[in-house]
Design a protein around this ligand. Structure first.
Ligand SMILES: [Zn+2]
Length: 227
């Protein structure tokens, strides 16, 4: 029996679905593969996703949002909550397609006392009453830190996180055993420059994404030194 025949049909379906979603992300120009890329951390990798490009095609975003909404359709949802422009665009598409017709609410990311924070406008805070059922939406989940901030925020106000939906999740991320549904679950290896097989083969290093990141970052949001 071949390896493919032994696979569980549900796993095969998931794999096919992920491939389709990855192709969609590729068509936005957001997903780069087969390259030798310098990451902001100083590590090298072969794949990269440009967050800002992920939600630039409305019909793609609507389609992907509908897939997330369908996954969570069996659970009543009062509110869809996100933070960041890309996640907000996606959360609108999810809310629009969810049968509960949830409201869309968003937080703002920032730094306070040297720590990353997410804050909600006062008008939105009033909407999160005890027992309100909330679906969290994120575009890309790489460390999970933003989602953990959102979870804390919701729970402090008495809301219930019914689930987390995202376009892309690095598979190494743990979110406190919360149900996470991602259209693409994919991790890619990162290498120390001293130990990088692409460097050893002499493949030119693509520093474009790190350069662009530095150029874009306004001085007011530079990471402060740890107090
Ligand atoms: Zn390298």
């Amino acid at each position: 029996m071949s390896a493919a025949a032994r696979k569980d049909p549900a796993a095969v379906e998931t794999e096919v679905r992920e491939k389709i979603h990855l192709e969609i992300l590729k068509r936005t120009g957001a997903y780069h593969a087969n390259d030798h890329i310098l990451l902001p951390s100083g590590q090298h990798t072969t794949e990269y996703i440009e967050k800002t490009l992920v939600t630039t095609e409305p019909s793609f975003t609507e389609g992907l949002g509908a897939v997330i909404a369908k996954h969570f359709a069996q659970w009543p949802v009062d509110m869809v909550l996100s933070t960041g422009p890309g996640a907000l665009i996606l959360s609108h598409c999810v809310a629009r397609a969810h049968p509960s017709r949830p409201v869309v609410v968003y937080g703002t990311k920032g730094l306070s006392g040297g720590k990353r924070r997410v804050t909600l406008p006062v008008e939105f805070q009033r909407l999160i009453r005890p027992g309100v059922k909330i679906l969290l939406i994120e575009d890309l989940v790489s460390t999970g830190s933003t989602l953990n901030l959102l979870i804390n925020l919701v729970e402090q106000l008495g809301g219930l996180v019914v689930g987390i939906g995202c376009l892309w999740r690095r598979t190494s991320v743990e979110l406190d055993n919360r149900p996470v549904f991602s259209l693409v679950s994919r991790d890619f290896p990162t290498y120390d420059p001293d130990n990088c097989p692409l460097c050893k083969r002499g493949v030119p290093l693509n520093e474009e994404f790190v350069r662009r990141r530095h150029a874009r970052r306004p001085s007011s949001v530079q990471e402060p030194k740890e107090a």
